[in-house]
Design a protein around this ligand. Structure first.
Ligand SMILES: [Zn+2]
Length: 80
């Protein structure tokens, strides 16, 4: 959608720091992080809100959230 900020980020029309991405989803850092590594994961296909996302897309987003969490654990965890 032309006025959707997330679609503009996915398309590269707005800048973002991309953490991970795949064919279905994009993970990028929040511009107002609540904590270090605060990452947003969005589907590449536009959705107005969470209720408009298909069950399959929810699964793809959840998979990316899991991948991002694993990455953040290795990059943000205190080193022994
Ligand atoms: Zn959108």
């Amino acid at each position: 959608m032309s006025d959707c900020t997330f679609c503009k980020i996915v398309a590269g029309l707005l800048p973002s720091y991309r953490v991970l991405e795949d064919e279905h989803t994009l993970a990028f850092l929040n511009i107002r992080p609540a904590s270090p590594g605060h990452t947003l994961v969005v589907p590449r296909m536009h959705a107005r809100d969470v209720w408009e996302i298909s069950k399959i897309s929810h699964g793809e987003v959840a998979d990316m959230v899991h991948r991002v969490a694993a990455l953040l654990k290795t990059t943000l965890a205190p080193r022994a």
